[in-house]
Design a binder for this molecule. Structure first.
Ligand code: AMP
Length: 222
């Protein structure tokens, strides 16, 4: 039955805080957090064929081709832990991906309930992404100004090493924002037209954004 699933999408440009909030939402609502960027980075570190194909696109801030990303996400969504719902982070990023997601959910008798949209003005994004440090093992992110780890260079959650992603460099972040405007804003418009878009001010601190997301979800889903 479509009503018993909790399928959510978290949209927003690079540096909007998607990953940080997604981890919290997934924990609170008991749905798996499926982040396309994390999955692609895992493929790269395992040196799979997909990882090799994705590398050049990712390093220059371009999107990995739809067919590769869609296959990867659909495979992940078919695993047992995803049968009652998913929280997708970083997917869909193109209109074709949004259509593929609708099709996949529809085949399971499911439907997307909410698309949460974290809004942050573009000038703030470059600064945020450039100050970002990511855990090599669990992909949690920190920022030395607004969200520092307890110990320098070490992840609070699992003690993993923190590193700066190659694609968080200034010029690559600018390119990722351009790609976002061109390819992902149409996805935002698509969900807005469907009446499932919930817009959240992502410029506030992590706690306030988490509270705003919780309120939007309670109002939209229950
Ligand atoms: P992220 O960690 O979400 O910022 O993603 C890092 C990079 O992975 C992006 O800049 C893209 O090159 C690639 N990527 C992640 N998700 C997608 C997607 N849904 N479609 C195409 N490329 C993606």
């Amino acid at each position: 039955m479509a009503g018993s699933h909790l399928d959510l999408v978290l949209l927003g440009p690079v540096g909007a805080g998607k990953g940080t909030q997604a981890r919290r939402i997934a924990l609170k609502y008991g749905v798996p957090h499926i982040a396309s960027g994390d999955l692609l980075r895992a493929h790269r570190s395992k040196e799979t064929e997909l990882g090799r194909q994705a590398k050049a696109y990712m390093d220059r801030g371009a999107l990995v081709p739809d067919n590769l990303v869609i296959t990867m996400i659909v495979e992940r969504m078919r695993q047992p832990d995803a049968h009652d719902g998913v929280l997708l982070d970083g997917f869909p990023r193109t209109f074709a991906q949004a259509q593929a997601l609708d099709k996949e959910l529809d085949e399971e008798g499911r439907v997307l309930k909410v698309a949460l949209y974290l809004e942050v003005p573009f000038d703030i994004l470059v600064e945020r992404a450039a100050g970002r440090w990511t855990c090599r093992t669990c992909q949690a992110t920190y920022n030395y100004r607004v969200n520092p780890p307890k110990r320098k260079g070490i992840c609070d959650l699992d003690g993993g090493e923190l590193y700066q992603r190659e694609d968080d460099r200034h010029e690559v972040v600018s390119e990722r924002i351009n790609v976002y405007i061109q390819d992902t804003v149409p996805v935002v418009d698509y969900y807005r037209a469907r009446g499932i878009l919930r817009e959240i001010d992502g410029t506030r601190d992590i706690e306030s954004v988490a509270i705003a997301i919780g309120q939007q979800l309670e109002a939209a889903v229950w």
